[in-house]
Design a protein around this ligand. Structure first.
Ligand code: ADE
Length: 224
């Protein structure tokens, strides 16, 4: 998989992709991530990427021209399955969208900033719009990192124990059960006896009951 992320603040995205699982996925050649500075496609002496909104109003708007040039350049090098604009009013990101995107070959994530992008970008250049939640971030960068992380960890070979992505919360429509590790007792707080019993079938049954119970209490909407 290849992910191109278009941003006017490339430094904001450096650390998420240079550590732990996301870094290893790139080192193993399972994914390549290209962070593109939108300013490289700006014209003029000061290389502006934003301007005032027509009709007035507070906040700057990212201009269509550098974004169009950047996307055109990227598309001349490879076919992209989706060009996704990160926006608080986009489709709400879920595990099921992460699963769907993990099957794609090439993705562009476009990060908005300030008041967002010129509406014509949304009308003509992007194929999809994703929000990571009903709150407003300063820009799309952190949202793009969230989406990329959720997608990349699903690519076969990225997680060392591949079954662990399958047992994640939401993956089977349920919240994951609680987990414990040593010591079996700490300050008098005990690990449930069943987990120490060695009866694997009963342990699996207990885990499933815990998942159902947690989902009922914490995310009842998932059971509908
Ligand atoms: N940009 C600003 N806020 C955002 C959000 N909640 N999701 C995606 N992109 C955003």
């Amino acid at each position: 998989m290849h992910i191109s992320i278009i941003t006017c603040l490339p430094r904001l995205l450096e650390s998420p992709f240079n550590d732990s699982i996301l870094k290893r996925a790139q080192t193993k050649g399972l994914v390549s991530v290209n962070i593109i500075d939108l300013r490289e496609y700006a014209t003029g002496k000061h290389k502006p990427v934003d301007d005032y909104a027509f009709g007035g109003g507070a906040g700057m708007v990212l201009m269509i021209e550098p974004i169009d040039k950047c996307i055109t350049d990227l598309k001349s090098k490879r076919h992209y399955d989706e060009i996704i604009y990160m926006s608080p009013d986009g489709e709400l990101f879920t595990q099921s969208i992460a699963n769907e995107l993990s099957l794609k070959k090439n993705l562009i994530l476009l990060c908005g900033h300030y008041k967002g992008v010129d509406e014509r970008v949304r009308e003509h250049l992007v194929t999809r719009e994703i929000s990571i939640g009903d709150y407003v971030l300063s820009g799309g960068e952190l949202a793009a990192a969230v989406v990329a992380d959720a997608v990349i960890r699903l690519i076969p070979g990225v997680l060392s124990d591949e079954t662990s992505a399958l047992s994640d919360s939401f993956q089977d429509g349920l919240i994951a059960p609680p987990v414990y590790t040593r010591p079996a007792e700490y300050k008098g707080w005990k690990v449930p006896d069943i987990l120490l019993s060695g009866h694997q079938a009963r342990i699996e049954e207990w885990k499933h009951e815990q998942s159902l119970d947690r989902t009922r209490k914490r995310r009842p909407n998932l059971l509908k």
